[in-house]
Design a protein around this ligand. Sequence first.
Ligand code: F0G
Length: 403
Amino acid sequence: MSERLGCITCDATYDIGKVRYTCDCGGLIEVQRGGPILHRDTFEARRMSRHPNDQSGVWRFREAVLGVAPNTIVTHPEGGTRLYLRNGIYFKHEGENPTGSFKDRGMTVAVTQAVALRVRAIACASTGNTSASLAAYAAQAGLKAIVFVPSGKISAGKLAQTLAYGATCLQVRGDFDDAMRLVREACDRLDIYLVNSINPFRIEGQKTIIWELLQDLGWNAPDWIVFPAGNLGNTSAFGKALREAHAYGWIDRIPRLAAIQAHGANPFFRSFSDGFASRHRVEAETIASAIRIGDPVSFDKAVSAIRFTNGVVAEVSDEELMAAKRDIDRMGIGCEPASATTLAGVRKLGLTGRIVCILTGHVLKDTDAIMKNTTADQIIEIDPTIEAVIAATGAAQSTPAPR
Ligand code: F0G
């Protein structure tokens, strides 16, 4: 399988072993490959195998992800997440990945490439999930991990998780977009490998969210795939995944993408609303801290994904996304606030047909958001007496059973 790096804006190509995130022309870089087309039956067979590379919902598709020697792959394994059907809507729960978010799918590929490139250290800017994932995979691969997070603006759980896996955490006085600019400069100047989703290998891994869900559905494509949009890595990956699945003959119909943003962090929605005539940047603010991003780096790839799939971009308010989160939580599934933009978006857009919502992060990723939205009648402090239990729960006292 021949692979190279190619610019999405001009025709320039670079060797796959070069460290490149953008082209000399400024365009974004993607992985391009030729070679034999795989039949989807291969993936069914691998699902039955016990080998970690086959068990991984990423490396199961390895010929279309990254051509490396199988024994060099850094896998937990990841993927293999559940697809729930609730109230007529499918929920693919990417929060069931090893570190609790979809980021592991891209990170296994970026870190495998980092090892192949023999880099010393890897870094990212993050709202908390990428940093946790980076830290876990760096620990597994024995690489130094440096993460740049907006100080005081990521959830306590994500910060703790990142520290637990052993990363060095630089808390940047600024927002995510400041941290992103700084990490790009730091990686350019200090010989550190950048594994944000501007890294094309991250995108190759995240494509498998779509491929795995298509496999889950027996390759019968849904009408809509709905997901949160922040830095636009997933939007880009999903467009590439669908383009390739169609080209490889795995599906005969292209689902439409619906990328959902929070109202306070909606630069992509603003651009969509003006027909992508201009690129917008905003000062981002939303309760969904994972997607508190005002200047998404993968903008151009994401525009082409929306266009290719005849997709849409919508925005939802914090109230709408938290109401949807409550409903997803009360289905017994649960997710973090950013992920709930999906169900809120389905409602806002009035979508019908076969719909798959991508839940990007685990319910425990942001416990502050849960506690802030819990009412006083649900959490009650009591004395350790049966009378207190009866008073608090309204339970009736039964007659003790005869001994
Ligand atoms: N959902 C969750 C839970 C996320 O953590 C992110 C991004 C997104 C959605 C948006 O995905 O950036 O591909 O459009 N989190 C990044 C991070 C920015 O640092 O963890 P995107």
